[in-house]
Design a binder for this molecule. Structure first.
Ligand code: GUN
Length: 286
């Protein structure tokens, strides 16, 4: 068996094109959704991510601006930039691109983003709302995974989902979103003893540990849906996920590739969250 490839690029295009009429409704009210990115320093990966985000915004008519700060500008300058954006009425979404330089308290900066503009969904209140099953703004990667599964008509209720990864911005919210959709969820991490004994019983396996090729074919149940959230750079410069794609695709029922999978969905969901934040600010229902 060869797995169905979950084409994140195609689903992301679909999501973006569905945003266009919503942007048009706002335009009629003379509102243009606006996303501001605070970018500190010139981390090569961050520059590439930010370029992709700006391009996706342009595709649907969302205004995007990048506020570049020097690597050694200091925490106070970053906080001041965020504070100015919090009170800027033309900006509906704010992201502070991670990583921030050493010496900057990233949590303090992230928690200073206004709740209703927190389109990364990193604010503790937005994360907490997921726990209670009443999400407001959901982190883009787990939201992208859920969207990818739902748009491929993968049933979630009654399934066993295994999430590898326990980060606050991917693993934990991912697990909570799956729980609220009726899945039975096991949360593992890269240090879980005998990881394969858990993953082999997964109907849906979501790998978000940040370890290249952590998931091998022997760890996957035949026919399982395998979602690869990992983006790891190999010594030769190539990108690879957390899943041994070539081997696992021969055993899984469906699999998301890297690149062209979850990464594209993450960017699309950021634009979707920005449009949603603008709609809420304008009192327009989506
Ligand atoms: N750096 C890598 N991924 C992300 C993300 O999703 N959001 C932010 N703010 N920074 C990142």
């Amino acid at each position: 068996m060869t797995a169905l490839v979950l084409d994140g690029a195609a689903i992301a295009r679909e999501v973006l094109s569905e945003l266009k009429p919503r942007v048009a409704v706002l335009e009629r009210k003379r509102i243009r959704p606006g996303l501001a990115t605070v970018l500190v320093g010139n981390n090569v990966a961050s520059l590439a991510y930010v370029r992709n985000k700006v391009r996706a915004c342009a595709e649907v008519g969302v205004h995007a601006e990048v506020h570049e700060l020097d690597i050694d500008c200091g925490e106070a300058a970053i906080m001041a930039e965020v504070a100015a954006l919090n009170s800027n009425r033309d900006i509906h979404g704010i992201i502070v691109q991670l990583p921030l330089p050493p010496g900057v308290d990233a949590q303090r900066v992230l928690q200073s983003v206004a709740l209703e503009k927190d389109v990364d969904g990193f604010n503790w209140c937005n994360l907490g709302a997921i726990v209670d099953g009443h999400p407001r703004l959901v982190p883009c990667t787990p939201l992208g995974v859920i969207t990818m599964l739902e748009r491929t008509s993968v049933p979630l209720e009654g399934t066993h989902a295994v999430v590898i990864g326990r980060s606050s911005i991917v693993g934990k919210p991912m697990a909570l979103l799956m729980i609220s959709r009726g899945a039975t969820v096991t949360v593992c991490n890269s240090k879980t003893p005998d990881l394969g004994s858990h993953t082999r019983s997964a109907d849906i396996l979501i790998a978000a540990a940040g370890r290249a090729k952590l998931v091998t074919a022997d760890m996957v149940k035949a026919g399982a849906v395998v979602i690869d959230v990992g983006i790891n750079r190999l010594p030769d410069g190539k990108l690879t996920g957390d899943v041994d794609y070539e081997a696992v695709r021969l055993k899984a029922g469906a699999i998301s590739p890297v690149p062209g999978g979850v990464g594209r969905m993450t960017v699309a969901m950021l634009v979707a969250n920005t449009v949603l934040a603008a709609e809420r600010a304008a009192g327009v229902s989506p």
